[in-house]
Design a protein around this ligand. Structure first.
Ligand code: GLY
Length: 570
């Protein structure tokens, strides 16, 4: 059966034209373009103002961890769909000497959480309770994560990392076309009073070019500046957050906040055609899945197949199908479940998976004992490299765009709805898309499974690239394809970011291809092979950085799919 194909005009192209007015040269999707060069450090993020904040920290002598923290706080002010202090995420670090580490600041389930918490009084699963409202909020991790990263590896003064964001929130900044439209849409659809107040001027929507001030958020950031994570997890901010939970029927208490801890973890690592791949371990599924897919694909001459040829897309989709089946079956917070990371990332396991790939025919996915649920595409990724070669890859999120939509009254920041990344409830797996397998059920203090994949590549002991993206489950596949574009197709980093992407996640059993990513003939051939195919839309925002092996320059590649994205060198 031929699937419906969206033929909507590419928003990315429209955004690119708009962005040219407000941000540094943003490339056109699919065209061959040059990245932004710097002989010093580089920051690439989804919001050029935040990239500038990070680059200023580098210019003042801060290292890549310092710049990543400052950029993260600035995104919480300037990119409210996903930038946050009320959410969580992951930071992967590679030091100039080649050593690596990762900071896990994923949200946690509150102490009162339990696997059946999204069943209503009749015992029926409620997607609304699971994904919306106060029960969907996880204990935030971002501020603890930034504090931990700074204590361990930063060298700048903490105040200098938070102050630029205090100023951006207090004095305001000029709204771009895209951001004015986005916050206007959010303010129209949200019902919480404090949220409407934070995102409008006395109830009236902001216009592009208006200055947007966030005084409550500025005061919260001041408390974080003055008391580090205690300014968030204790005292006034914690009290306001717990008060809003009580008001709205949520379960996060001041004790939950007080007990939150970010964790330092060993990254998951693999190799691909001589490159070292460093990525996020559980509770993210991203690193494991990417390494597993690279291991499967290493046996093929992808370049000879041709970029986005039917043969290439078929082999990618088959590798994706298998990695996502493993993801559903095994992956969760490794502090709570036994996750066979070594096995899943081994060349032997990939060889075993690859043996079942038919070069001519699509396999068929069965919901059997596992199935997939919904994961929001609204997350954000940024990359940082400093002059010494320290590299930091950060992906963090509120889950949905604007998270739960709940702004903490008096504190001015949005809360996540990350509890939706836990499975629905025990035994609830069914063919409609619910998943109820054990490892990723909500338990007190457990972190929900993520797809976020902040990653770093190295070759011959030298930094090669920093990559990652938002996009829910598509994160894993977008990051994979940026890596393949760099390594197999010798694209420069901007071309690698721009090139159209595909996605397959086991279930639903379907290949999605970005608008312009495949010819009609390619789609017809894939359908002949037995694939269901949809074409349309855009996938991810992979703001990346590579290092020019010849000159050592940092090459910044903002993603043209994001209208306000920007890379800034220093
Ligand atoms: N909420 C998106 C993710 O963690 O992958």
């Amino acid at each position: 059966m031929r699937s419906a194909r969206s033929r909507a005009p590419s928003l990315a192209l429209l955004f690119t034209a708009l962005a040219a007015l407000t941000a540094p040269a943003v490339p056109v999707l699919g065209q061959s373009v040059e990245p932004i060069r710097s002989t010093g450090g580089m920051v690439a993020s989804q919001q050029w103002i935040a990239s500038q904040v990070g680059a200023d920290v580098l210019a003042a002598g801060g290292n890549a961890v310092d710049a990543a923290i400052a950029t993260g706080f600035a995104l919480a002010v300037t990119h409210p769909t996903a930038g946050n202090i009320g959410g969580g995420g992951f930071m992967v670090i590679r030091f100039p000497n080649g050593q690596t580490t990762a900071i896990d600041f994923r949200e946690k389930a509150p102490l009162a959480a339990h696997p059946e918490m999204w069943l209503d009084e009749n015992g029926a699963y409620s997607a609304t309770m699971h994904h919306r409202g106060h029960l969907a909020v996880g204990v935030p991790g971002t501020v603890a994560g930034f504090d931990k990263a700074h204590r361990l590896y930063g060298r700048a003064d903490w105040n200098d990392l938070v102050d630029p964001s205090v100023d951006l929130a207090a004095d305001g900044f000029e709204l771009s076309e895209a951001l004015a439209r986005s916050i206007g849409g959010f303010a129209r659809r949200i019902e919480y009073e404090a949220s409407k107040a934070a995102f409008t001027r006395n109830g009236t929507a902001y216009e592009p070019g208006d200055t947007w001030k966030q005084p409550d958020l500025a005061r919260t950031l001041q408390r974080i500046r003055d008391a580090r994570s205690d300014g968030f997890y204790r005292g006034e901010t914690a009290r306001l957050l717990a008060q809003e939970m009580q008001r709205g029927g949520g379960i996060i208490t001041e004790e939950d906040l007080d007990r939150y801890e970010a964790r330092e973890r060993s990254p998951v690592t693999g190799t691909y055609r001589g490159y070292e791949v460093i990525s996020m371990p559980p509770p993210s599924s991203g690193g494991v899945a990417i390494i597993s897919m690279l291991n499967m694909l290493e046996a093929y001459d992808l370049r000879a197949m041709g970029h986005n040829s039917p043969e290439y897309i078929h082999h990618l989709a088959e590798a994706m199908r298998r990695a996502f089946r493993d993801r559903a079956a095994y992956l969760a917070d490794a502090d709570f479940a036994d996750v066979p990371v070594q096995k899943l990332t081994s060349k032997e396991h990939a060889e075993w998976l690859r043996r079942s790939i038919d070069p001519e025919r699509a396999s068929v996915s069965h919901p059997s004992d596992v199935d997939s649920g919904y994961e929001s595409p609204e997350t954000t990724h940024y990359s940082v490299v400093d002059a010494d070669g320290m590299a930091v890859s950060v992906t963090y999120t509120l889950e949905s765009g604007y998270g739960s939509g709940i702004v903490v009254p008096g504190a001015g920041f949005l809360l996540n709805n990350e509890m939706g990344d836990f499975n629905a409830g025990p035994g609830l797996t069914n063919a409609t898309g619910l998943i109820g397998t054990k490892p990723n059920l909500a338990r007190p203090g457990q972190r929900m499974l993520s797809s976020m994949s902040p990653s770093i590549l190295a070759r011959d002991g030298k930094l090669f690239a920093v990559v990652g993206t938002p996009g829910g489950r598509t994160i894993i596949n977008t990051t994979l394809q940026v890596i393949l574009n760099l390594i197999d197709f010798d694209m420069n980093v901007q071309e690698a970011v721009n090139a159209p992407r595909i996605h397959h996640q086991w279930l639903p059993d379907r290949i999605s291809i970005e608008e312009g990513g495949a010819t009609d003939e390619t789609v017809r051939r894939l359908e002949e092979m037995g694939h269901r195919v949809g074409v349309g839309g855009t996938q991810g925002s992979a703001n990346s950085i590579a290092v020019d092996p010849a000159t050592g320059e940092r090459l910044g590649a903002p993603d043209p799919r994001s209208p306000d994205a920007g890379a800034r060198g220093r």
